[in-house]
Design a protein. Structure first.
Lengths: 504, 427
């Protein structure tokens, strides 16, 4: 089945999300759609999938124009989609999720669950997935849930599969497995549209690459193109992928963590007696598969974790047992891992968000009332300084793109005199241009003598920023290694194997 | 996470005693045991309590059982203590109290209380239970309507309005045509009308659903009260004089002692209730329709992406739920009471709503909860007829006290459908 999009245009009010985009996907081909967040990739795919109707242009299957009124029509035509946020019902079993919408039925509309189970097993076997058709989806790890999404699409005989940012939620290992699955699908003749902004993945699997910027196709690239070429196409200007940083000039021992243990309300121990230190002017990057205690570690640093034992000393003063406010006053800046939940109040303006960590005292509050003028001036300065693309300081934070939201958080945390910066997943879901900017800011903070703790699930980011790398596994430190440690070694450490020659 | 072993938090927790609410059930049981014991300590009763098990028309007669009241109560208290102790031992070991134990305890505590209350008199056990079933009918239909609506993602606070409007519609239609069957159909239509308003505001206009529900209840109360005083009472012979469904004895089955008179000497609405409970439970879990309804209530966007029309599914389900609740309303004017009266449901819709939550959004469990509430109401009326030492005002509270205890104390960790009360907005 040959799929072609011809001159698709989609407008939302005055915003043109897709401007005459054309694209073809041949059977057995992986066609990458590369573009920054907000470039219009997802809109285009939602048009293809019938969730949106195009204002202009046609969708052609084997040169026949199609008119999709809803996802049902698109699926009937052989288009399947693996959504970025999985479209699975958590309390249903795998089989129920797979059959939903095209159920095989017996007497009086009764469900034929056996048929669905057989279908799941048959497709799992074909691709070597190990998926139990009777497992509840909510009990499955994210990587397996994604396979259920793939099974769901394949069970409807999809001939073209759309993967929308499929690796955003995956660990490096799961990502590699997904790449293998995509190649396998391709060999069986399925056409694949792979939407992403991660360059490494594109070069690994793509047969053809179409780059989109601000709703228009800006060019096709070959998979042999270099990262720098692709990034430049995507962003529209040359981008520094490797953060330029001078060797660290470590100063005094600023942060000393010893025998730190963090448990949650139910008594699970997430951080199990770890010790490390960071010097002034040094970046310690924490690597590890998500869920090995990173979240709890950063929360303990700012006083958000409920049950903490051991000691965290910043400039010789104890932090454990102090309130969040005391931690802030001690000079800790905190970039939380989820900006939507912990980083920003999305119904507040940019200006209001910028003063969240200084809501009780000068310079923005005096005698119980807000100094709006001062806040306005400050916010305008930060908007310019941090290159936040927004109509103005009174724009609601929730209306910004991911990258700009993250810049607001970074601007807020870095605009105080810091003694320690804790950055959890500082560039998750952020476009290439903003990643470059945020990395520069973190390095600048280091160069000004601030000790920095960076937590990231992206090995590229760890290698780019770290002066030393600490690997966490099951709440314990596997080892602390130099920044130039190879990817393979780090991968092994993330699986819990201690390397030779590491400190601690 | 597929190649790497699962992280720390998947290790088996050794923290059983920290599971919240584990001690709640033994605590409630202990409190009730003490209450029953206090009754006999403070006011010991003399004489025998007689329990009557038979009715005319049974195949054979089970003789009445007479036992000394105090003896039964103390035996019940002793057994209750045993149950409580076992529950406490379970909780210490980190296990939940089994439902069988809770049920056994409830039966024991209730028997103790009843023998204390009827000392020196005769308690018609069969009449008590048959009456409980009849009183529970509107609650069961209301709860089924509630379960359906919420499973599709629409919170239905308007059950009371649907019951009341159903009762009103049934009274007028049956009076005008002289047929209770026409009344029944009118009740279903009336329930659907309220449901249509609910759907319009909740599904199409995204209004906060709890508020819409409450407003609809008030609207129906206002409308029916107005019509009652302005139209029905002027013309009550023609408009508010509905014929009733006769009692229908099921051949053979109705002669079984105890079971027959309770379950098979009822009106056709009760038999419809059996069918409705079974049908709703089967359809919700075993049919294509039910899978889609549940999908729409859990994750409407996911349902949309597999080609299910979320809005239409929700409308259809809410309308069906309204029709079912309407049948419950018909019970009032076509079975229980001679004619329609102002606010005659007495908040039964809210009790049905409590049954939905107590029953964890499951049709069978919600039905059992509704039966429990029906039983509590009938204990009150039976005891006031026999004459009991408890002040009648206090007994009137019983159904509501049971509701509060049940919902607040015993529900445990129930989970509503994920998209319950959340309107679906496309895009």
């Amino acid at each position: 089945m040959r799929l072609a999009l011809r001159d698709i245009t989609k407008r939302f009010g005055s915003l043109v999300a897709n401007d005459h985009i054309s694209l073809t996907v041949e059977p057995g081909e992986i066609h990458c759609l590369l573009g920054e967040n907000g470039a219009g990739k997802s809109t285009l795919m939602n048009v293809l999938y019938g969730l949106y109707q195009a204002d202009e242009g046609d969708i052609l299957i084997d040169d026949e124009p199609q008119h999709f009124k809803g996802p049902g029509d698109a699926m009937a035509a052989g288009i399947g989609m693996v959504h970025q946020h999985f479209m699975l019902i958590p309390v249903f079993t795998v089989a129920e999720n797979v059959m939903l919408g095209h159920e095989t039925t017996g007497f009086a509309g009764s469900l034929d669950l056996d048929a669905a189970r057989r279908r799941v097993r048959e497709i799992s076997d074909r691709f070597g997935f190990q998926v139990d058709p009777d497992a509840l989806v909510e009990d499955l790890p994210v990587g397996v849930q994604q396979r259920v999404e793939i099974i769901k699409a394949l069970s409807r005989d999809a001939e073209v599969l759309v993967f929308d940012e499929p690796t955003a939620v995956l660990t490096p290992q799961e990502t590699d497995e997904l790449m293998a699955i995509m190649r396998q699908l391709k060999e069986s003749g399925t056409g694949i549209v792979f939407i992403t902004h991660k360059l490494r993945e594109v070069r690994e699997v793509a047969d053809r690459i179409t780059v989109i910027r601000r709703g228009t196709v800006v060019g096709e690239a070959s998979p042999e193109a270099s990262n720098a070429e692709l990034a430049a196409l995507m962003v529209g200007r040359p981008v520094e992928l490797k953060v330029h940083k001078d060797p660290a000039q470590p100063g005094e021992r600023a942060l000393v963590v010893s025998d730190l243990t963090v448990a949650d309300e139910t008594g699970h121990v997430h951080i199990d007696g770890i010790s490390f230190h960071i010097d002034a002017g040094e970046i310690l990057a924490v690597a590890g598969v998500q869920g090995n205690g990173q979240t709890e570690l950063t929360e303990a640093m700012v006083g958000l974790a409920p049950h903490v034992e051991g000691s965290i000393k910043l400039d010789g003063r104890e932090i454990v047992g102090r309130s969040v406010r005391k931690a802030l006053e001690a000079g800790i800046g905190f970039i939380p891992e989820d900006r939507q939940i912990e980083g920003l109040v999305s119904n507040f303006t940019i200006a209001e968000n910028l003063m969240l960590n200084r809501s009780y005292d000068k310079p923005f509050v005096s005698r119980g009332s807000l100094n709006l003028k001062k806040l306005d001036t400050f916010a305008k300065e930060k908007l310019a300084e941090y290159d936040v693309r927004a109509p103005g300081v009174s724009t609601l934070a929730g209306q910004l793109s991911g990258g700009n939201q993250q810049k607001v958080v970074v601007a807020r945390e870095l605009s105080r005199d810091l003694r320690l910066l804790v950055a959890a997943q500082p560039t998750r879901g952020v476009d290439v241009g903003s990643i470059e900017f945020i990395h520069k800011q973190i390095v600048a903070a280091r160069d000004s003598g601030v000790p920095v703790l960076v937590v990231s699930s992206e090995l590229d980011e760890i290698s780019a920023l770290a002066d030393r790398i600490m690997v966490l596994y099951r709440g314990r430190v596997v080892g602390i290694v130099p920044a130039d440690t190879s990817r393979d070694t780090l991968g092994l450490m993330m699986a819990g194997e201690s390397p030779e020659g590491s400190e601690s | 996470m597929s190649t790497v072993d699962l992280p720390v938090n998947s290790e088996a927790p050794a923290v059983a005693e920290r599971i919240p609410g584990l001690w709640k059930t033994p605590g409630v049981m202990a409190a009730f045991t003490v209450l029953v014991a206090l009754l006999v300590l403070i006011r010991p009763r003399s004489g025998d309590s007689t329990f009557r098990w038979s009715r005319d028309g049974d195949w054979f007669t089970i003789p009445d059982i007479s036992l000394p009241a105090n003896g039964i109560v103390w035996t019940a208290v002793a057994l209750c203590l045993l149950c409580t102790a076992y529950a406490a031992w379970n909780a210490r070991a980190g296990r939940k109290t089994p439902l069988v134990l809770v049920s056994a305890f409830a039966v024991l505590a209730v028997s103790g209380f009843m023998s204390w209350a009827v000392a020196g008199k005769t308690l018609p056990v069969v009449g008590l239970l048959a009456g409980a079933l009849a009183l529970a009918v509107p609650l069961v239909f209301g709860a089924l309507g509630g379960v359906l609506g919420e499973r599709a993602g629409v919170v239905n606070i308007a059950i009371d309005g649907q019951l009341l409007f159903g009762a009103f519609g049934a009274a007028i239609a049956a009076s005008l045509t002289g047929s209770p069957w026409v009344g029944l159909i009118a009740a279903m239509i009336a329930g659907m009308l309220v449901a249509l308003l609910l759907g319009l505001f909740a599904i199409t206009y995204w209004v906060e659903q709890v508020i819409v529900g409450v407003v609809l209840n008030v609207l129906v109360i206002g409308f029916t009260s107005f019509m009652f005083s302005q139209v029905l009472s002027e013309n009550s012979a023609a408009l508010n004089n509905p014929p009733h469904f006769p009692r229908l004895e099921i051949w053979v089955l109705s002669g079984i002692p105890v079971i027959g008179p309770i379950f098979f000497r009822q009106t056709v609405l009760v038999y419809m209730m059996y069918v409705a409970v079974f049908l709703v439970a089967w359809a919700l879990y075993r049919s294509k329709w039910g899978l889609r309804v549940r999908a729409v209530g859990e994750h409407p966007k996911a349902a949309d992406t597999v080609g299910i029309n979320v809005i239409a599914t929700r409308y259809r389900t809410v309308l069906l739920a309204g029709a079912i609740a309407g049948i419950g309303g018909a019970t009032y004017t076509l079975v229980s009471v001679p004619s329609f009266g102002r606010e005659m449901t007495g908040g039964a819709g809210y009790i049905a709503l409590a049954a939905v939550i107590f029953g964890k959004w499951d049709p069978i469990k919600a039905t059992l909860a509704a039966l429990l509430f029906g039983f509590a109401s009938n204990v009150e009326s039976v005891l006031s007829v026999i004459g009991s030492p408890v002040p009648s005002q206090f007994m009137l509270m019983l159904p509501y006290v049971v509701t509060i205890f049940a919902v607040a104390g015993l529900v445990g960790n129930s989970r509503a459908p994920a998209a319950d009360g959340v309107p679906y907005r496309k895009g």
